[in-house]
Design a protein around this ligand. Structure first.
Ligand code: IPM
Ligand code: MN
Length: 341
């Protein structure tokens, strides 16, 4: 039986994870859940973000289903570094998986793009780059203040995420991988990424490859997103590029993500890309589609490929059946998807 830790978190997080649970139950009855109350409430009550006893318990689960973390009442960075990034680093979630697809029933802000034409997955590195927090500040609060932020890139870390991207491309129809970086300026890290990419590409002769600078890739993401299949890139470039990818496929309402440790040595975290949306929290009107699609990624990660496919198709059908402009109720979406299964 799968054992899933549920971290609903803040704002609409708990509302959408409840629907994702409902849907997992429909395809995998008997799944065990343990709910953890993390986020702004715990922080205000105790000053802690991720108590080590809770982290140890999370480590014992097969996967973590996360809603959203973040609240305007908490200083920026506290929950992000203390929870989301801590899980990514401590649980070695080096593959940050972000598929983007233009589903029937959702509209792209780009004109002339039809459903099905955009179908890509960004494999964003999750444990290195500018996110490691290396660097520091000198002469703080003086006119001579200097802040540095260093990007860490290891051959091991870069190569393993590139290999994961190629393995995913190998299983897809188009079998194409685009490396995105900024090798013309970030020559040290860029060179490492380029050499690792070439070495791994040689292991996958059936996969075609391409390189784009991050600025050009951002432009193509808007002017011609159909050209992308699998994209592999570093942590910060991937952060930015996946927001653009979500935007061109109808916004964050459908954007799912996984912070994955492919070896399953540690649990992986699955969460919608959207935030806690405090403005609509508690009203029962948040769209749980992205959370349910994240649950599908979770099922896929646990090897439940058939269940994952069925959940994804049920969400797609539910979204396609929505009457334009009709009010949305969180629980009703969950009910409709679950009963279709
Ligand atoms: C994301 C978020 C996080 C990131 C923040 C909240 C730390 O933007 O998951 O994309 O930058 O990775
Ligand atoms: Mn982001």
């Amino acid at each position: 039986m799968a054992r899933i830790a549920v971290v609903g978190g803040d704002g609409i997080g708990t509302e959408v994870t409840a629907q994702a649970r409902k849907v997992i139950d429909a395809v995998l009855p008997g799944t065990e859940y343990q709910e953890y109350d993390l986020g702004a409430r715990l922080y205000h009550r105790t000053g802690e973000v991720l108590p080590s006893s809770v982290q140890d318990e999370l480590a014992g689960h097969d996967a973590i289903l996360l809603g959203a973390i973040g609240d305007p009442s908490v200083p920026p960075g506290v929950l992000e570094r203390g929870l989301l990034l801590k899980l990514r680093f401590d649980f070695d979630q080096y593959v940050n998986l972000r598929p983007s697809k233009l589903w029937p029933g959702t509209t792209s802000p780009l004109s002339g793009v039809k459903a099905g034409e955009i179908d890509m997955v960004v494999v964003r590195e999750g444990t290195e780059g500018l996110y490691v927090g290396a660097g520091g500040v000198l002469h703080k609060n003086t006119p001579a203040e200097i802040a540095t932020e260093e990007s860490l890139n290891t051959r091991h870390g870069v190569e393993r995420v590139i290999r994961d991207a190629f393995a995913r491309a190998q299983r897809r129809d188009r079998r194409h991988v685009t490396l995105v970086h900024k090798t013309n300026v970030l020559t040290h890290a860029g060179n490492l990424w380029s050499r690792a990419f070439a070495a791994v590409a040689a292991e996958f002769p059936e996969v075609t490859t391409e390189y784009q600078h991050i600025d050009a890739a951002s432009m193509f993401m808007v002017s011609n997103p159909q050209r992308f299949d699998v994209v592999v890139t570093d942590n910060l470039f991937g952060d930015i590029l996946t927001d653009i990818a979500a935007a061109v496929t109808g916004g964050i309402g459908m954007a799912a993500s996984g912070s994955v440790n492919p070896e399953r040595k540690y649990p992986s975290t699955f969460e919608p890309v959207h935030g806690s949306a405090p403005d609509i929290a508690g009203k029962g009107i948040a769209d749980p589609a992205a959370a349910i699609l994240s649950a599908a990624l979770l099922l896929e990660h646990l090897g439940r490929l058939d269940e994952a496919r069925r959940v994804t198709e049920a969400v797609a059908a539910e979204v396609a059946s929505r009457a334009p402009g009709a009010p949305l109720r969180t629980a009703e979406v969950g009910d409709r998807v679950a009963s279709a299964l």
